[in-house]
Design a protein around this ligand. Structure first.
Ligand code: FAD
Ligand code: NAG
Ligand code: NAG
Ligand code: NAG
Length: 439
């Protein structure tokens, strides 16, 4: 067994880069493998929740605050632009910053990537390395890339997104051994087509919403048409936008899967043409916003049915998971197979609960948003306007109930009136402990 830990990270997205930032601080050896030739400014807005203490610990809090906006509210709007419902993050008596320490931050995906990337020594990222297969060989894990190269390490982290090839390889192996749970054996279907982008900097005289301190989501729900379209005013005078098309009626999930593609600027044009005429709450049409977005940063994706972006939890979940994993690796007793197995088991025990919860809630939010007709309207109205304050508070308390700190860096203070549970510092950080690093 190799005595030194070397982590292979597949995917240079939010999860991979967050883990790399943590391993960098932990002095644990790692490499990142990314399939694209370079990181392009793709994506729309991303919501960051319950992560401020981690950003503070990593020393990137101020930098992130400077390129993001506080989430203030979410408005549901009818196709004729008549306002229907509002979820307010600053409700009197339940101001998120006051109670939980920080508002959710809304940031262009690429700005987040840029900040995370700035802390990683460039030679640790290998671009143009699409990982095709993975193999467990003796005491090593080996990855094979499309350019016929291979790399070995002690553990492999699949941070390669929704269509993870690391996961697909793992499932193949498990399936051959009859170990794959039924629910995972089902092919990935997808329920929504999605188009995303961020405009270039716009003139606040034309779009006064850009002057707002808080970011308020405008979500327009089609009445007869299966679309919803979203607008988010971002820091830097940019507008992030997203269009989703509910395609659950277009054949079965598996049939739809044949049309599978990825975050891809090329397949975007068709969908752009289909939605240009839709109205924009800032005046004009969606087409005006599309025209202000450089063509090469518009991408289209099929949203898989297992994790939808409607709850805005993907990035938050990914980063929380990275912290859990890094903490466990830092405290490993030795680099042996039983010890690695123990670490992964503990990782699973910690993260599978929150993971399942997030999948469920993103699902529910997705179907509520796309529910048509009177029933959908009544349902949304109750959810947004009639939910009693105590019920809302209870949900938010449990969401904020546990916040894991980076166990090997000085702990950050929780600022809100609500005090979350947290973990203990690493056993190796206790004053006087002097326990050598196993890894
Ligand atoms: C281009 C893009 C745009 C996005 N836009 C939005 C958005 O607007 N709003 C939103 O809420 N979420 C968006 N997401 C998803 C969001 O980033 C993630 O759901 C969340 O941040 C969790 O991140 P992740 O690191 O697990 O995956 P991702 O952020 O999806 O990153 C995965 C990375 O792995 C790479 N990769 C994939 N397969 C391989 C392979 N076989 N070998 C090597 N590398 C591989 C990808 O190129 C990518 O860089 C986007 C993702 C991408 C890739
Ligand atoms: C889904 O079906 C509808 C109605 O048949 C059609 O208008 C729409 O273009 C289809 N969408 C996709 C993505 O195939
Ligand atoms: C590795 O650490 C575990 C946990 O402390 C211990 O049970 C095991 O004996 C150790 N193995 C070796 C080879 O040191
Ligand atoms: C998620 O939803 C599934 C199916 O509806 C349910 O069986 C499961 O208990 C839910 N899990 C959590 C953690 O809420």
């Amino acid at each position: 067994m190799a005595s030194k830990l070397h982590v292979l990270i597949v995917g240079c997205g939010t999860a991979g880069l967050m883990l790399a930032n943590l391993l960098e601080k932990a002095c644990i050896s790692y490499q990142i493998f990314e399939k694209t030739k370079e990181l392009k400014p793709l994506g729309s807005a991303i919501a960051l929740t319950t992560l401020s203490h981690i950003f503070e610990q990593l020393g990137i809090y101020d930098e992130l605050m400077a390129v993001s906006k506080k989430f203030g509210a979410l408005h549901l709007v009818q196709e004729d632009l008549k306002h229907r419902n509002t979820f307010n993050a600053r409700a009197p008596g339940l101001d998120v910053e006051e109670v939980y320490g920080d508002y959710t931050q809304v940031i262009a995906r690429y700005d987040l990537i840029r900040v995370l990337l700035s802390r990683i020594p460039p030679h640790k990222i290998l671009y143009n390395k699409r990982v095709l297969s993975t193999k467990h060989e003796d005491d090593e894990v080996i990855i094979h890339c499309h350019d016929n190269t291979a790399y070995g390490g002690t553990i492999l982290v699949g941070a390669d997104g929704a269509y993870s090839s690391v996961r697909q390889n793992m499932y193949k192996e498990m399936s051959a051994k009859g170990l794959l749970p039924k629910i995972d054996a089902k092919p990935l279907g997808y329920d929504y087509d999605c188009l995303v982008g961020v405009t270039k900097p716009l003139d606040p005289k034309k779009y006064p919403v850009l002057n707002d301190e808080f970011c308020e989501f405008q979500i327009i729900l089609g009445k007869e048409i299966p679309f919803s379209w979203w607008f988010m005013a971002l820091q830097g005078n940019k507008i992030g936008w997203m269009v989703t098309e509910d395609v659950r009626k277009n054949g079965t999930a598996v049939e739809r899967n044949f049309r599978f593609s990825e975050w891809d600027p090329d397949s975007a044009k068709n969908m752009c043409d289909k939605v240009r005429h839709l109205p924009c709450p800032y005046g004009g049409t969606l087409g005006d916003i599309l025209d202000e977005t450089p063509k090469e940063v518009i991408s289209k994706v099929m949203l898989e049915d297992k994790m939808l972006p409607f709850g805005g939890q993907g990035a938050t979940m990914a980063m929380q998971s990275a912290v859990t994993l890094a903490n466990l690796l830092f405290d490993m007793y030795n680099v042996t197979e039983p010890e690695i197995t123990r670490v992964f088991k503990q990782y699973y025990d910690t993260r599978s609960g929150p993971g399942k919860l997030a999948v469920n809630s993103s699902h529910q939010t997705g179907s509520v948003m796309h529910m048509r007709g009177t029933f959908g309207n009544v349902f949304r109205h109750i959810g947004f306007n009639w939910m009693p304050r105590w019920a809302m508070k209870k949900g938010m308390d449990s969401y904020n109930g546990y916040k894991e700190q980076i166990s090997f860096l000085p702990f950050a203070k929780f600022r809100g009136t609500f005090v979350p549970r947290t973990n203990k510092p690493s056993r190796r950080m206790i004053p006087g402990s002097n326990i050598a690093m196993a890894v």
